[in-house]
Design a protein around this ligand. Structure first.
Ligand SMILES: NC(=O)c1ccc[n+]([C@@H]2O[C@H](COP(=O)([O-])OP(=O)(O)OC[C@H]3O[C@@H](n4cnc5c(N)ncnc54)[C@H](O)[C@@H]3O)[C@@H](O)[C@H]2O)c1
Length: 357
């Protein structure tokens, strides 16, 4: 079993990574939680595959379990769903000494984490991430949120879990689309911080070879994220590097109302675009964007920008960014594995987007 301890201001918490860990979840939870009641929040897809497995392992250790199943998909990261979850927690008479488990992808993790942070002014929770994106990214670092009709993640807070239990075997049932999506984030870690990881990803022959190594890959990504969030828990500096590709990516997601492109796909296009812009401005080593393009193609991720209105993108980007005069902050890479926060003139971004559209 791989384990990582994340030091956080409110106390440290562990991440455990082991194939087959879900089957042992009862005994693992018992080591860190002395109460009896456990509420599990999951979504309709994950429930079909893993709901009973989790419950039976917990029951075998004497826990009293309550399951809350929400609809699968981003729509569940909403206040409507949150109210339903609070309601069920009240029905089950969950109180402050009890614990909530988020069993699912980033949607369940973010929404359940926010429910845990706010229900009865805060109750402990555990993350059991079930998508690649959630295993390498969203379950680590304590950002929890729900969406508003006017935008994603607009209401949320920092609330760390008691522990994160990662079972890479759960990825066997994940659709190829969501595996590729998560690979977008894995590639991001390589691009911003770990040249070795990046070039290793370039070498894998096929998805079987990657899956064989996926526990190590997840461990590498979680270690990178753990280091970053330990040094900058509240995202005032280094943690912003994790947003490489995300500014243009978010604008693409938003422009298409989150329907056309998944998060990983949009971030992939964003990583290529900002690297190309970086090269054109002499901030990124020439040839880096072509390396990024090669790896995105290898992992079936898009790299060219779709047809979008430049003004709409700029409008979204300006909301997203702290603008300083006509300049905007972006995450750039100097070369593979070396990232930094750079200032780019709005006009340069407009130029690039216009050339592409
Ligand atoms: N908190 C953070 O730091 C952070 C970071 C990145 C992304 N996010 C958030 O994460 C969310 C996206 O997460 P996601 O991509 O995991 O989406 P998701 O939770 O919607 O999961 C994707 C799909 O896969 C299904 N699924 C999940 N696990 C499965 C499994 N093991 N087998 C079969 N199907 C499974 C789900 O039901 C869903 O249909 C977004 O809301 C994003 O804002 C948060």
């Amino acid at each position: 079993m791989y384990s990582i301890e994340i030091k956080a201001s409110g106390g440290s918490y562990p991440i455990y990574i082991k194939n087959g860990l879900l089957g042992e979840i009862g005994s693992e939870v018992k080591k860190i939680y002395k109460g009896r009641k456990v509420a599990i929040v999951t979504d309709s897809n994950v429930n079909k595959f893993y709901g009973e497995k989790a419950i039976s392992s917990l029951k075998s250790e004497g826990f009293e379990t309550f399951k809350i199943v929400v609809k699968a998909g981003e729509e569940s990261k909403s206040f409507e769903t949150l109210l339903q979850v609070y309601d069920k927690l009240l029905d089950f008479k969950i109180n402050r000494g009890d614990i909530i488990i988020a069993l699912g992808g980033g949607v369940v993790g973010d929404m359940t984490g926010f429910a845990a942070a706010t229900f009865l002014r805060g109750i402990d929770f555990i993350q059991i991430p079930t998508t690649l994106l959630a295993q390498v990214d969203s379950s680590v670092g304590g950002k929890v949120a729900v969406d508003l009709p006017r935008g994603k993640n607009l209401v949320g807070c920092f609330y760390n879990p008691k522990a994160v239990f990662i079972d890479p075997f759960l990825l066997k049932t994940l659709s190829d689309k969501f595996v590729c999506d998560g690979m977008g984030e894995v590639i991001k870690y390589g691009a911003i911080k770990d040249k070795g990881l990046f070039y290793k990803l370039m070498e894998y022959e096929n998805s079987e070879a990657i899956l064989k190594d996926i526990d190590k890959i997840i461990y590498t990504c979680c270690s990178i994220k753990a280091g970053i969030v330990e040094r900058d828990e509240r995202e005032t500096g280094e943690r912003m590097l994790l947003n490489f590709g995300h500014t243009i990516g978010h604008a693409i997601e938003q422009f298409f109302n989150f329907k056309e492109y998944s998060h990983g796909e949009a971030v992939s296009m964003g990583m290529y675009a900002i690297t190309k812009i970086g090269e054109e401005l002499g901030m990124t080593k020439i040839g880096t964007s072509s390396t990024i393009k090669d790896i995105l193609i290898k992992y079936n991720l898009p790299w060219t920008l779709p047809e979008i209105k430049t003004e709409a993108i700029i409008e979204t980007i300006s909301h997203d960014k702290k603008n300083i005069g006509d300049f905007m902050n972006f995450i750039l890479i100097e070369s593979i594995g070396n990232s930094f926060i750079g200032k780019i003139e709005e006009a340069k971004i407009v130029d690039y987007l216009q050339k592409k559209s």
